[in-house]
Design a protein around this ligand. Structure first.
Ligand code: UD1
Length: 337
């Protein structure tokens, strides 16, 4: 049994599907703060299995410990957290509260229940402004905003915990830019309000929910002047979690691992690819750079290969086709309004 915080969310729901398909039982612990109960219904439609579910907030230590104990889980995958950079600048305390305090409560609950295997959702944001590309796991760590700080604090907390008790088994997965959706088109990213991230915004333009895309700057030091990122199919990312769990079965360690493809695509590359996948025109306007954005960011994914035997298999075309299938069959996400 695997206990999954934030299992109704974008990455969590895809991980549930892969885990269930691989024969695991799962218990989802979620408060639907940025997700919908319908995601769990869809997981059942895809897999034929209903995930166990507890409605709760990770900051509520007693509810969490009770749920973890009752689940009988042997490992935790911790997705729950807030993730909008701009919002984190406006509401830093909310980010420290949900992400840092929530994770602290989770680690306490795990200690109490004797569950010492954890896969944690970190982010390439912990590399700050890249000093060298591609990014390897030993690149220096820094944070440029409160969201990134919370990921860094949690990573440090996990390393300290492991140092104090080396019987823990911890995998820190540093995600690059997750995009796309399950090939069924039944689950996908469902941002509340105006999307901050590129692909959900592009998809909403394609489906007619928004008029045009703002391209945040075309004067970066990149081949076409627009920002370059390592976009990774969310199903590949989800499978990375399975592989991490497999490895922890026979490793007591605390290891940080990049989950990316190693390939950088620009904003313009992404617009073109999405236009092709959707057969829609994506109108865009070039606007000022977004404060805090970096020119380029992409992974060296070789450590994931050597440690997990994992590499991303899905192409840019798959990312856009699957993202479009989800968006076009669920134009307003999980809500039917
Ligand atoms: C952002 C966060 C990062 C977080 C990640 C996952 C910032 C500065 N960084 O990464 O910390 O881990 O999301 O949630 O917010 N773009 C446009 N127009 C748009 C949206 C994006 O041109 O409307 C461009 C951006 O300038 C960037 C690229 O698209 O070059 C990707 O942006 P985005 O999807 O927001 O991801 P990151 O900025 O890489």
């Amino acid at each position: 049994m695997i206990f999954i915080t934030g299992g109704a969310g974008y990455i969590g729901s895809h991980a549930c599907v892969e885990l269930i398909n691989a024969g695991h039982e799962v218990t989802v612990f979620d408060n639907f703060s940025n997700s919908q109960p319908e995601a769990l219904v869809r997981i059942e439609r895809i897999t034929g299995k209903k995930p166990n579910f507890v409605n709760g907030d990770i900051r509520d230590g007693s509810v969490l410990a009770e749920a973890l104990k009752n689940s009988g889980a042997s490992a935790v995958i911790h997705f729950a957290g807030l993730k909008a950079v701009g919002e984190s600048v406006e509401k830093p305390l909310s980010y420290y509260d949900n992400n840092v305090l929530g994770t602290l409560r989770l680690l306490e609950a795990m200690t109490k229940c004797g569950v010492k295997t954890l896969v944690f959702s970190s982010s390439a944001t912990v590399y700050g402004d890249p000093q060298a590309l591609p990014l390897t796991e030993d690149h220096q760590l820094s944070a440029t905003n409160p969201y990134g700080q919370t990921k860094l604090v949690i990573e440090n907390m996990l390393r300290d915990l492991y140092r104090s008790d080396p019987t823990w088994r911890i995998s820190i997965l540093r995600y690059f830019n997750p995009v796309g959706a399950h090939a069924s088109g039944l689950i996908g990213e469902d941002p509340q309000g105006t999307p901050n991230n590129l692909l959900p915004f592009v998809a909403q333009v394609a489906v007619g929910r928004r008029e045009f895309l703002n391209v945040w700057g075309n004067d970066y030091d990149t081949p076409d002047g627009t920002g370059v990122r390592d976009y990774i199919h969310v199903v590949d990312l989800a499978i990375g979690h399975l592989k991490a769990l497999e490895r922890l079965r026979d490793h007591q360690e605390c290891l940080a691992i990049n989950l990316g493809t190693g390939i950088g695509y620009s904003v313009i590359d992404m617009i073109k690819a999405f236009e092709k996948a959707s057969s829609k025109v994506i109108p865009f306007k070039v606007a000022e750079r977004r404060p805090g954005d970096i020119a380029s960011c992409y992974a060296d994914p070789s450590f994931a290969m050597s440690t997990l035997g994992w590499r991303a298999e899905r192409s840019l075309e798959d990312m856009c086709k699957d993202g479009w299938r989800w968006q076009s069959s669920n134009p307003t996400g999980y809500s039917h309004s």
